[in-house]
Design a protein around this ligand. Structure first.
Ligand SMILES: C[C@@](CO)(OP(=O)(O)O)[C@H](O)COP(=O)(O)OP(=O)(O)OC[C@H]1O[C@@H](n2ccc(N)nc2=O)[C@H](O)[C@@H]1O
Ligand SMILES: Nc1ncnc2c1ncn2[C@@H]1O[C@H](COP(=O)(O)OP(=O)(O)O)[C@@H](O)[C@H]1O
Length: 291
């Protein structure tokens, strides 16, 4: 028996850095949403904990105890007092260290797969505590619904429902770890800027987001200048409603009215970039059990 769980790409539709704590962590106001596509985690009973990684971005990613999927499994097993007797497979479709929460999405998907396998309620307080310990973005990925990040990102508030929209994710194939981007940020903090109401369509969502920004884009561009080229190229695509960097980069996204427009736009871009046409997801798909 095999349980397959989707680990969709996370997008920060806007990200305002609104302050900094004494321990150096930044206070955020960010609207997080999910794409309909991403990595996939599958789990099946096995004599001991094993992790296999396949997919286009498997190379160079450790399958050892430092992988967030491996950590999620060993932490959850310890918390519920059972042996981590599971074989996990991670299909790595998303670029690593790229601002779309791949590792966080994978950790959250591993937790959801193991909850299903071990009959643990996914909203069990132990699961939520492990999610927060694994990374700032893991709790929001565990819920998989559009949400505002609160504080340093461990807590969330519900977001208004988002309209159907096409999405194009583009990465220069340059990994960009999160800590140096926060470190390179300077200048005054932004004000929080939650949406005044639910946008009725992709055009209105784009217009509302255009009045907001990603405070990490400027520092990320100082480290990976190709981000600016991607944003310029996305802004020139047909039917684009908004182009912006996600999280701490380097992945950027563009919003369209539908997925077909995103597919057409992808065909016009520099072929050396990674590009994934998709759409905004409204609901996390449930785990699939294959007997
Ligand atoms: C920036 C965001 C926005 O959604 O996304 P990504 O770009 O990573 O996808 C997240 O807040 C990232 O979350 P996550 O990737 O889990 O970060 P963590 O591992 O918790 O933190 C990595 C490092 O980033 C810095 N950090 C992270 C979160 C935060 N609110 N303030 C920070 O200053 C700290 O230096 C921390 O040590
Ligand atoms: N399953 C995983 N997928 C991706 N990265 C992982 C994973 N497990 C651990 N990592 C580590 O986490 C770091 C952040 O990766 P990732 O979550 O993809 O970035 P981001 O948070 O910027 O989207 C990487 O440097 C990588 O080495």
């Amino acid at each position: 028996m095999d349980i397959r769980v989707a680990a969709p790409a996370k997008l920060n539709l806007y990200l305002h850095v609104v302050g900094k704590r004494a321990d150096g962590y930044h206070l955020l106001d960010s609207l997080v949403a999910f794409a309909a596509d991403g990595d996939v985690v599958s789990a099946s009973p096995a004599p001991s904990l094993q992790l296999t990684i396949d997919g286009p971005f498997a190379d160079g990613l450790s399958n050892g105890a430092d992988n967030l999927v491996h950590r999620a499994a060993s932490e959850l097993a310890a918390a519920v007092g059972r042996a981590p007797a599971v074989a996990l497979t991670l299909t790595k479709n998303l670029p690593v260290a790229s601002g779309i929460g791949g590792g966080s999405a994978d950790a959250a998907a591993a937790l959801r797969a193991l909850c299903d396998l071990w009959s643990i309620a996914p909203d069990d307080a132990r699961v939520e505590a492990i999610a927060a310990k694994l990374g700032a973005d893991v709790p929001v990925c565990l819920r998989g619904e559009a949400a505002y990040l609160v504080g340093i990102g461990h807590e969330t508030d519900p977001a208004p429902s988002l309209p159907a929209a096409g999405l194009l994710l583009v990465n220069p194939r340059v990994p960009l770890p999160t800590p140096p981007v926060f470190k390179a940020r300077s200048g005054p903090f932004s004000a929080p800027a939650r949406l005044e109401r639910a946008p009725r369509d992709a055009a209105e969502l784009g217009a509302m987001l255009a009045a907001r920004h990603n405070d990490l884009a400027a520092p990320a561009i100082t480290i990976v200048p190709a981000i600016r080229d991607i944003l310029t190229a996305l802004e020139a695509t047909g039917g684009v409603r908004l182009a912006r960097m996600s999280g701490s980069g380097a992945t950027c996204f563009a919003l369209y009215d539908d997925e077909d427009s995103a597919i057409r736009a992808a065909a016009t871009l520099n072929p050396s970039w990674w590009a994934l046409p998709s759409r905004l997801s409204t609901r996390l798909p449930p785990p699939i059990r294959c007997e």
